[in-house]
Design a protein around this ligand. Structure first.
Ligand SMILES: CSC[C@H]1O[C@H](OP(=O)(O)O)[C@H](O)[C@@H]1O
Ligand SMILES: Nc1ncnc2[nH]cnc12
Length: 303
């Protein structure tokens, strides 16, 4: 497999979470393992091509074999590496717990909002040490991508129930929640829970990449009476089917995303271009040279 090929025109990326460690049915062009200013990504990034010629980058969030815990995922290196490949759209997959009766295991959920319950131990910005910027994050995902995914799902995954417009709470982990926490998240209006959407989605925003997470329910966490509290065995029991459903979804979705990119119909792809230039607040005379050099890897010519 080609390892040294330089790719700069890979517009679409898929980040696979628990249970989704590879794509299928695509022609593999090569693998890359770039050393970004923030280190190496979670694993080698596999570059494939659809029958229509769309290049797709696939990255296993926890590494193939799942050796990185959620707090250890090198999210900055992951997003920086994808941006350097040319990525404009990330489709991120995640195994989640359900906080709602109507969201059953193996259902898919497209979140529109996020609540942060990570503990501040994950590096969560590219802008530090001499270049300060504040990205907008009121709407963490891309509503046009969300709509596209829901539309494709109707034909690609007819047997899978889809829930849209839901709120995802991201906890630190790696231990699962207590019952009191699970009830608290429900009282906050949260619908699903994972350990992965942050800082990944924030960093994608800073790198001006449109980002939508597709959540696949595996369990009812630990709030539901009469249901055993979540454990890894229960999660794993649903990962196989969820991963098969994700692959079916992707078999049609990638091509639709390519068309949408050509038609410039993806909301945040258009809105994000150039946005970070105007989010920077540091006086150019006061910007740190090293910090600027690192930022040039993802946003060349900005700082
Ligand atoms: C294996 S259960 C907890 C684990 O699963 C989810 O991972 P991902 O989002 O990468 O699919 C969750 O966020 C936790 O990291
Ligand atoms: N109950 C849960 N809590 C946090 N992350 C999860 N991923 C899958 N199920 C989960």
């Amino acid at each position: 497999m080609a390892e040294n090929t330089i790719f700069t025109d890979v517009k679409v990326a898929v980040i696979g979470g628990s249970g989704l460690y590879a794509l299928e049915g695509l022609q593999v062009l090569g693998e890359v393992n770039p050393l970004t200013p923030w280190g190496h990504p979670s694993d080698k990034i596999v570059i494939s091509q659809t029958p229509h010629g769309t290049k797709v980058a696939f990255l296993a969030r926890h590494g193939r074999g799942h050796y990185l815990n959620p707090s250890e995922v090198p999210a900055r290196a992951n997003i920086a590496a994808l941006k350097h490949l040319g990525v404009e759209v990330i489709l991120a997959f995640s195994a989640v717990g359900s906080l709602r009766e109507e969201i059953a295991p193996r259902d898919f959920v497209i979140p529109s909002q996020v609540i942060d319950r990570t503990k501040g131990i994950r590096p969560s910005t590219f802008f530090e040490k001499g270049v300060v910027a504040h990205a907008m994050f009121a709407d963490p995902f891309d509503t046009s991508l969300a709509a596209l995914i829901a539309d494709v799902a109707k034909t690609a995954c007819p047997g899978v129930k889809f829930h849209e417009n839901k709120t995802l709470v991201c906890m630190e982990g790696p231990q699962f929640s207590t019952r009191a926490e699970s009830h608290m998240y429900r009282s906050w209006g949260c619908d699903i829970i994972n350990m992965s959407v942050l800082p990944e989605s924030k960093l994608a925003r800073e790198a001006e990449i449109a980002y939508q997470m597709v959540c696949m329910s595996t369990d009812y966490d630990c709030w539901r009476e009469g249901e055993e509290a979540v454990n890894v065995e229960a999660v794993i029991a649903n990962l196989g089917q969820n991963s098969a459903n994700a692959k079916n979804l992707l078999s049609q979705l990638i091509q639709r995303v390519e068309v949408a990119l050509e038609q410039k119909s993806l909301k945040t792809v258009n809105e994000l271009k150039g946005s970070m230039k105007f989010s920077g607040i540091t006086d150019p005379a006061k910007r740190d040279g090293e910090a600027c050099k690192k930022l040039a890897y993802i946003l060349p010519g900005y700082f």
